[in-house]
Design a protein. Structure first.
Ligand code: 5GP
Ligand code: ZN
Length: 113
């Protein structure tokens, strides 16, 4: 198993976990870009949003609800947060295992670079 996020999901590579369910895992990003920067991933290896299929609908829904739960647990539901899914080379995706970034704790500018 060479995928780094599959290895994080299985626990083979340690991470600072925020929550985990049967289907998704959330953990702090190694290189935070905001005071709160958490990654939420499906345990199943789906390469990207671009590779997602209709049979992934349930886990993709769970992933977004897990982002909400991370925001609630870290107390930024009211102040706000950003959910980002970088996809493919021009999207800036560097790890080919689908992941949502939950960014919060400062005012985030728009548009992104
Ligand atoms: P991407 O650029 O693909 O959207 O996001 C990948 C993210 O994974 C980056 O923000 C990077 O800091 C994070 N990352 C890469 N390797 C590791 C790791 O081993 N542990 C953790 N916690 N985060 C990682
Ligand atoms: Zn993977």
């Amino acid at each position: 198993m060479s995928c780094i996020f599959c290895r994080i999901a299985s626990g083979e590579i340690p991470s600072h976990r925020v929550l985990e369910t049967e289907n998704v895992v959330a953990f702090h990003d190694l290189s935070p870009q905001a005071p709160i920067h958490v990654l939420v991933i499906p345990r199943a290896h789906i390469e990207s949003v671009g590779a997602a299929q209709p049979e992934h609908a349930a886990v993709l829904g769970e992933l977004l609800l897990a982002c909400r739960q991370v925001a609630e647990q870290l107390r930024v539901l009211e102040s706000g947060f950003r959910v980002v899914l970088n996809t493919g080379p021009n999207g800036g995706q560097t790890v080919p295992h689908l992941h949502a970034h939950v960014l919060a704790g400062r005012h985030l500018t728009w548009p992104p670079g």
